[in-house]
Design a protein around this ligand. Structure first.
Ligand SMILES: Nc1ncnc2c1ncn2[C@@H]1O[C@H](COP(=O)(O)OP(=O)(O)OP(=O)(O)O)[C@@H](O)[C@H]1O
Ligand SMILES: [Mg+2]
Ligand SMILES: [Zn+2]
Length: 506
């Protein structure tokens, strides 16, 4: 009888939890059982592991093999247990010294011939290893650079079971870290603002949205450049901080969207189609995976043709937009996915898109369109602008500035916010609540009087009031001004009062 134990990790929401794989070998009739709340893929691992062990030149032990996955209450999901399972059996059968496994964690999927296949969530697993004080982590070679973002853990990228065992035995050197692709030129394929013509009046709106992280609504007839403008917002945003980049990389890796290279340095831009379900948008499913809002965390979530999204999907997005995270409860498990996004929504004036005189929509179509627009999301939107059809003259003469020209001012404005909000857990003005606005808004008495005057004239709701002050704070930050002056209020008001759709919602 003999026993071996290997550390591995199991993805649970957006974190990795430690799991022990214990292999117990006894004399008796040949049997191979896996116990400890394993899902189907893990139970199927038995066949892959048996084949991989014999095809890698090791002996598959006779007798009774019991694999226990602990802790028992944690649901073990996915094929990443293959490799630790195989190593545990190799060790329990005396083909690897048990002491070689001390301080190690191992994760990887096996093919029948013993080759190791990529897994999701290598970065989350490496973070888990660090948290548990493990010093060495074996992962598929193609995921080694990703795992190695956690500097405190010695990451070994391996290609097959035999190599893994030999490195553990000390009979072979760990392979050097694979080379990454050459660093991509950050701006190379990022669409640039200078492509946009005839919308110079909208540049301020984009600039303010980018600087303060404000949600933005673009409203106007087809073909005027709404989608084009939205796609240019990520290029205006300040770069991800190191901490944010790690978070984005971890999330995208867990969702299977990251190829295992190094850090994702660019802010995500996600543009889900309007047929997306509520769980596709905010996460969910039997084994909850992150939704589009989480994949857009620290970046832009773009809802093009807002009125075409289903009501349940828009409803589901409401709370996550407010809170910056979504909580999903499944079978006694609670998962929290982060959803701090800048929302950009675009819509035509009506379903046929022609608007006004040329409109061919039925009254029912129009009513439905308005309901969707005035629905759950519009009061989460700070800035709303009309993207009108540019005149021929404007198209010819007006070119927007290059994104790189606007970025320094935006970055400086964001840095002012970060400094002011230090210790609050918030990073930009868009996240200011009513109370924080009072503390950090910094409106002069004259600015406040103006705000109340606007309030009376436009019958603004209390929400509309806060929204203007939030945006005015960003306008002031772009100016490098400490206090919000009347002029900042007026410029903020002009970024949202021109819109009929928002007037409906306010
Ligand atoms: N203001 C503009 N400056 C330069 N090109 C433009 C402009 N507006 C539109 N275009 C061109 O027209 C194409 C379509 O624009 P875009 O998809 O952004 O329009 P839209 O407002 O989103 O329309 P829809 O309501 O049909 O979605 C763009 O890819 C671009 O080539
Ligand atoms: Mg469009
Ligand atoms: Zn119409």
């Amino acid at each position: 009888m003999s026993l071996a134990r290997v550390n591995t990790f199991c993805l649970d929401g957006v974190a990795a939890r430690r799991v022990w794989v214990e292999a117990d070998l006894r004399n008796g009739l040949p049997a191979f059982a896996v116990v400890g709340l394993a899902d189907k893929a893990v139970r199927e691992a038995r066949e892959r592991v048996r084949a991989a062990i014999t095809n890698s030149g090791f002996a598959f032990p006779g007798g009774r093999i019991t694999i226990n996955l602990a802790p028992a209450y944690l649901r073990k999901i996915g094929p990443g247990f293959d490799l630790p399972l195989a190593v545990a059996i190799v060790a329990a059968s005396g083909q690897l010294e048990g002491g070689a496994l001390a301080g190690c964690a191992i994760a990887g999927e096996l093919s029948l011939n013993g080759e190791i296949r990529a897994i999701r969530g290598a970065l989350a697993i490496a973070e888990g290893a660090r948290r548990h004080g493990l010093v060495r982590l074996f992962v598929p070679r193609s995921r080694a650079r990703e795992a190695a973002l956690v500097e405190e853990v010695d990451v070994v990228g391996v290609e097959d079971l035999q190599e893994t065992v030999e490195v553990l035995r000390g009979a072979r050197e760990a392979a050097p870290m694979p080379d990454g692709d050459p660093e991509p030129d950050e701006d190379a394929d990022m669409p640039d603002l200078s492509d946009v013509r005839g919308h110079n009046g909208l540049i301020a709106a984009l600039e303010v949205a980018a600087a303060g992280g404000h949600n933005l609504f673009l409203h106007g007839p087809p073909g005027t450049g709404k989608t084009m403008l939205a796609r240019r917002l990520p290029g205006l945003l300040p770069p991800l901080t190191q901490h944010e980049a790690i978070e984005v990389t971890r999330l995208h890796s867990i969702a299977g969207l990251h190829g295992g290279g190094g850090l994702i340095e660019r802010r995500p831009f996600r543009a889900p189609h309007h047929t997306i379900s509520a769980s596709g948008l905010v996460g969910g499913g039997g084994q909850p995976t992150p939704g589009e809002a989480t994949l857009a965390h620290h970046g832009v979530l773009f809802l093009d043709e807002l009125s075409e999204f289903t009501r349940p999907a828009l409803e589901a997005l409401r709370q996550p937009l407010e809170d910056g995270h979504v909580t999903i409860v499944r079978a006694q498990r609670v998962m929290v996915f982060p959803t701090r996004v800048t929302l950009v929504a675009a819509s035509n004036p009506c379903p046929c898109g022609m608007g006004e005189a040329a409109c061919r929509c039925s009254a029912a179509d129009l009513a439905r369109h308005r309901r969707r627009l005035s629905g759950p999301l519009l009061d989460r939107i700070d800035i709303s602008v009309t993207v009108a059809r540019p005149s021929a003259d404007a198209l010819r003469s007006q070119a927007a500035p290059a994104s790189a020209e606007l970025r320094p001012r935006i970055l400086a404005a964001r840095e002012r916010q970060t400094a002011r909000l230090a210790g609050t857990g918030l990073s930009c003005n868009a996240q200011l609540t009513a109370r924080l606005l009072r503390e950090h808004g910094g409106a002069t008495p004259a600015a406040q009087r103006l705000l109340y005057a606007l309030h009376d004239r436009n019958r603004l709701s209390a929400r509309g009031h806060g929204r203007i002050l939030r945006v005015a704070r960003t306008v002031a930050d772009l100016d490098g001004a400490g206090a919000v002056e009347p002029d900042h209020i007026l410029r903020a008001a002009s970024l949202r009062l021109d819109d009929q759709a928002l007037a409906l919602a306010a």
